[in-house]
Design a protein around this ligand. Structure first.
Ligand SMILES: Cc1ncc(COP(=O)(O)O)c(/C=N/[C@H](C(=O)O)[C@@H](O)C(C)C)c1O
Length: 388
């Protein structure tokens, strides 16, 4: 349960039993061919494999390495989140749970969970910060249409961290019937391992697709945005042992990492315990967790997955921050050069990948994980688009 110095289960006694039940359920499922058969039978529903193709005009515009797109935005519900939500819903059924709860920020995980529950006939309650309910209204509407109950959380900063705390509080008093589908590679063991395992279908497919298109070769770099760390760890994990492949995570630099308004946990945070796990946390010198900011709700989180903290500490992965303005540039570039409107979260990875590609040669290859599509963000971007 350890990723170097990171990971573990720093939770109240009340949660030990259900985490043990979850760990047992997960350990049995991952070695059960039936579980993976059930998961693979959902590929046509998700739209897997998601496509991998070159971004020709973006590559020409940048003038460095060839840039490729892994299209997780084309999955059903519009992001990578459904991979994890469906797999955990299968687990919930194996554990005979009838109710599901989830936290959400950008609302993509909430929509994915509501979708999985509609498909499997499970009750669904999603906890969402009131500020996120406002700025991701489209997704709140979708969750409700899908039959989920959305609880607007009004304490604290009214964003993801408060929704996650509220979801844990609810779960403790509903353990018998309820399964908590955690949306990112965060939280106490086994969640970071479980979520990374279910999302690693992304990196597995990418490796196979790229090799098939490039005489069996590996890419030179893979890039993903980092909120809690699920799409990044899912893309990175299958390449972890391929040391020739650079792993680049791009965090939310907000107004700049020397400002108080960002969510660049690995770039500007330090080791600590948060939401039940030892990882990197944005915190002041007394250990008070910072309020965070990002133009993208999905990256607006002061914690991060412990496996990413380990990859940072071991140097296996590199992490940079893209500011709100740089993310908006990435949003515009992919939209206007490739006809793909990305989620604001993904837009951070686009900026980071373009900066990296500029430093590389035309015979090298960089793959961007397009984690989600931008429908949910067009309203907030429309306001600033004239100035872009
Ligand atoms: C399109 C898109 N891309 C990236 C992310 C960042 O989440 P990770 O992949 O788990 O780092 C997100 C995160 N979205 C979550 C959500 O929709 O609820 C997020 O807000 C939390 C679960 C962390 C996202 O929606």
């Amino acid at each position: 349960i350890r990723f170097g110095d990171f990971g573990g289960q720093y939770v109240p006694e009340a949660l030990h039993a259900c985490l043990r039940e979850l760990e047992r359920g997960f350990d049995e499922a991952v070695v059960d061919p039936k579980f993976w058969e059930d998961f693979r039978s959902l590929y046509s529903y998700i739209g897997r494999p998601s496509s991998l193709h070159k971004a020709v005009r973006l590559s020409e515009h940048i003038g460095g390495a060839q840039i490729w797109l892994k299209r997780e935005d084309l999955n059903h519900t519009g992001s990578h989140k459904l991979n994890n939500a469906l797999a955990q819903a299968l687990l919930a059924k194996r554990l005979k749970k009838t109710e599901v709860i989830a936290e959400t920020g950008a609302g993509q995980h909430g929509v994915a969970t509501a979708t999985a529950c509609a498909k499997f006939g499970l009750g669904c309650t999603v906890f969402m910060g009131a500020e996120d309910v406002r700025r991701q209204a489209l997704n709140v509407f979708r969750m409700r249409i899908l039959g989920a109950k959305v609880v607007a959380v009004t304490n604290g900063t009214k964003t993801l961290r408060d929704a996650t705390s509220e979801a844990f509080r609810f779960w403790v008093s509903h353990l018998k019937t309820t399964y908590y589908i955690v949306g990112s590679a965060i939280g106490p063991h086994p969640y970071p391992t479980l979520v990374r395992t279910f999302q690693s279908i992304i990196g597995q497919e990418t490796k196979e697709q790229f090799a098939a298109l490039n005489d069996g070769k590996l890419p030179d770099a893979v890039v993903a945005c980092v909120g809690g760390g699920s799409n990044s760890s899912g893309m990175f994990s299958p390449f972890e042992k391929d040391l020739s492949v650079k792993l680049l995570g791009v965090e939310a630099g907000g107004d700049g990492i020397d400002s108080d308004y960002h969510s660049a946990t690995l770039t500007a945070g330090r080791p600590g315990v948060f939401h039940g796990v030892r990882t990197f946390v944005l915190q002041d010198k007394e250990g008070q967790v910072h309020d965070t900011h990002s133009v993208s709700a999905g990256l607006d989180y002061p914690g991060v997955g412990p496996e990413l903290a380990f990859w940072k500490a071991s140097g296996r992965a590199t992490f940079v921050a893209a500011t709100d303005a740089q993310a908006l540039q990435g949003f515009k570039l992919l939209s206007q050069l490739e006809g793909v409107i990305p989620a604001l979260e993904t837009s951070h990875a686009i900026h980071g990948a373009c900066e990296l590609a500029k430093t590389m040669k035309p015979d090298q290859h960089v793959i961007i994980n397009v984690s989600g599509r931008g429908d949910k963000d067009v309203q907030s971007v429309a306001e600033v688009l004239p100035r872009l």
